[in-house]
Design a binder for this molecule. Structure first.
Ligand code: PAF
Length: 283
């Protein structure tokens, strides 16, 4: 694996590869786990030259403390990526991604970005889209790989890429969505889980338990949400738990024929977790 820190070196490496191979890109903020490795595996299975980025993007954190507290484990991550036979690890500094002498457009997340995560984490989606757009401009991949755990992020990235391709601002590329990877107890893998104590890890499995309970409760939103909430103990401080349309994230009254997403965000101790489950429909 080649470790690259600068945009110019990355572009040089990719210019040579691009003539012969498709390029697959897995953007991450590091603290890698099996969820990230599953995205990499899928990217490789698709036959791509695989580029992984590790960049803790300051623009998508709502507080300095959250940004500073985000786990940074570059040495361990680099070893994992070498073992996973990744072709290039791009680990740039903030000055390399957003050099002061250049300006980068703000990207409006629109109405989908105002709901749920957008409401509870103001500015998060605008910051996330800005960095994803910038990284896609640097890597120019044929496909970029994202995890379904961050369902609203995936919806917004897909919306942004579609609009950019449609306007001619970006070459056609695919946004690939890969299934959430869970612990044996059902907890969705997340870099934030590293900050949970043993007892909190156990409580955190209730999030998935609630989604499953909801998914078995019928077709109406009210009964689904009620059953899901009933499966949560007081250790879980709920921010939202709703049944929504899978692409607009608008609340739905009942599961439509194509299915709906049951979404949850909650605090366990001082760690905020999100999860979701697609229910009903053909899947
Ligand atoms: O999902 C993440 O880890 C981040 O939001 C991403 C896509 C790497 C952008 O910083």
């Amino acid at each position: 694996m080649r470790l690259v820190h600068t945009v110019s070196e990355l572009k040089e490496v990719l210019a040579e590869v691009r003539t012969e191979r498709s390029i697959g890109f897995v953007p991450t903020m590091g603290a890698l786990h099996k969820g990230h490795l599953s995205l990499i595996e899928r990217c490789q299975q698709d036959g791509n030259f695989t580029v992984v980025s590790i960049f803790v993007n300051p623009l998508q954190f709502s507080s300095e403390a959250d940004y500073e507290g985000y786990p940074r484990t570059l040495g361990v991550d680099a070893r994992l990526l070498t073992d996973a036979s990744v072709d290039v690890l791009f680990a740039p500094s903030a000055a390399e991604v957003f050099p002061k002498e250049q300006s980068f457009p703000e990207i409006d997340p629109g109405v989908v970005g105002e709901r749920f995560e957008g409401e509870f984490r103001p500015g998060h989606f605008a910051g996330m889209l800005k960095v994803v757009s910038r990284l896609l401009d640097i890597v120019v991949p044929d496909g970029a790989y994202f995890g379904e755990k961050d369902a609203q992020q995936v919806a917004l990235v897909t919306q942004m890429v579609d609009a950019q391709v449609h306007s001619g601002r970006r070459e056609p590329m695919s946004v690939m969505v890969c299934p959430t990877i869970r612990s044996e107890q059902g907890l969705a893998l997340s870099s934030r889980n590293l900050r949970l104590s043993g007892a909190e890890l156990e409580s955190a499995t209730e999030l998935y338990g609630a989604l499953v309970a909801g998914s078995k409760a019928g077709k109406q939103s009210a009964e689904i949400v009620e059953a899901a909430k009933a499966a949560l103990s007081p250790a879980i401080r709920l921010e939202y738990l709703e049944l929504v349309d899978a692409s607009s994230f608008e609340i739905v009254e009942r599961i439509p024929s194509g299915g709906a997403r049951l979404i949850i965000a909650a605090w366990v101790g001082d760690v905020r977790l999100i999860d979701n489950l697609l229910i009903g429909g053909s899947k």
